[in-house]
Design a protein around this ligand. Structure first.
Ligand code: 3HC
Length: 310
């Protein structure tokens, strides 16, 4: 249909062309990119909360320094992504208002609590591992600024994933209590990590257009399957069990078969009924309000610099 764009726009996409901010683009393309990039950015900054919860309680200076660096990275990912969204003609403040007023989303995964130190390992291994599977294809997204932001983000995510795996391996090979703590964290984070990839393809209203536009290179279910195929051998290396009795290698499919996902949980969490939705938004909005003076000072300073330069 016309909303997908005119023939030359679609031909450019078909030739793996890149769309840059000043190029002509259909409104619907611009709108869905603002939607996805903004919600990706919101996910990054909300994601700082569950992890930040353990910075003051990390078991060693070494682990504390790593976690500090990771949480700072997430803030930086939010920055790159808000900057990429702003190239589409919208201001970051409008996007944050949309988040705070519930008109835009953030990833369901960050509405789960981090009840033990092992959760920091499970988030690194599973959540950042899932993020990498989802984000590597986005490095080839048709919209230039988003694809380029992804390249640097993916490099930093692989550090996040490695440190999570290393943390879990240490616990898994530790005392029986430490092994049990690591297994408990994997039990709680496994299924929500599969839900991160979104609803099943047949219930994914944005997929068809995002695929036609070269934004989504693989479907929600394809990436979910890819993540399972990567994570299962890693869980064996960790000596931890994935909490899915139906998980088994299917030699005909050359993939792991896995159990039914309860997508009603995903839709409930997206609708705000997760464990931590209220807490996350309350922390976010109060941090935003408490930070008002910093934004005012930065704007005043910028205005003074501009005046002086004039
Ligand atoms: N959490 C919250 N909302 C979700 C969701 C999830 N896990 N999965 C899907 N949704 C929402 C979609 O946003 C959409 O709602 P909207 O139209 O109001 O935006 C609706 O459910 C239907 O889903 P669709 O499959 O039709 O939507 P998409 O085609 O946009 O696919 C997506 C969803 C796969 C998440 C896609 O948007 C995407 O690839 N986004 C970029 C990656 C991203 O946002 N990752 C966040 C993970 S956290 C992270 O990366 C931080 C890292 O440091 C750990």
């Amino acid at each position: 249909t016309a909303e997908l764009g005119d023939p030359e726009f679609l031909a450019l996409l078909d030739n793996e062309g890149r769309i840059e901010p000043r190029d002509a683009m259909p409104d619907a393309y611009r709108k869905t990119l603002i939607r996805q990039i903004a919600q990706h950015a919101h996910s990054e900054i909300i994601g700082m909360q569950p992890e930040g919860n353990w910075i003051t309680r990390a078991p060693s200076l070494h682990r504390k320094a790593i976690l500090l660096a990771k949480v700072q990275d997430e803030a930086g990912h939010g920055l790159y992504l808000y900057a990429a969204a702003e190239t589409l003609g919208i201001d970051r403040s409008e996007l944050l208002d949309a988040l705070h007023e519930g008109r835009q989303k953030y990833s369901s995964i960050f509405n789960y609590p981090t009840t033990s130190w092992a959760d920091i390992g499970a988030i690194g291994w599973l959540v950042d591992g899932a993020a990498i599977v989802n984000q590597v294809p986005l490095c080839r997204c048709s919209y230039g600024p988003y694809a380029r932001a992804m390249i640097r983000i993916c490099k930093e995510e692989s550090f996040h994933q490695r440190q999570g795996f290393d943390l879990l391996l240490t616990l898994s090979n530790g005392t029986p209590a430490q092994h049990a703590m690591a297994q408990d964290a994997v039990n709680r984070w496994w299924w929500p990590s599969l839900m991160m990839f979104g609803p099943p393809d047949e219930a994914s209203p944005n997929s068809a257009r995002s695929t036609r536009w070269g934004i989504k290179r693989f479907s929600n279910d394809e990436l979910r399957q890819r993540f399972v195929d990567i994570a299962v051998p890693q869980s064996e290396a960790l000596g931890l069990t994935i909490p899915d009795p139906d998980l088994r290698w299917n030699v005909d499919r050359d993939h792991y078969d896995f159990g039914e996902i309860d997508f009603s949980e995903l839709f409930d969490v997206i609708a705000g009924k997760g464990y931590c939705n209220d807490e996350r938004m309350e922390r976010r909005t109060s941090a935003h309000n408490d930070g008002e003076w910093v934004r005012e000072a930065a704007m005043a300073y910028a205005a003074k610099k501009t005046e002086a330069a004039a």
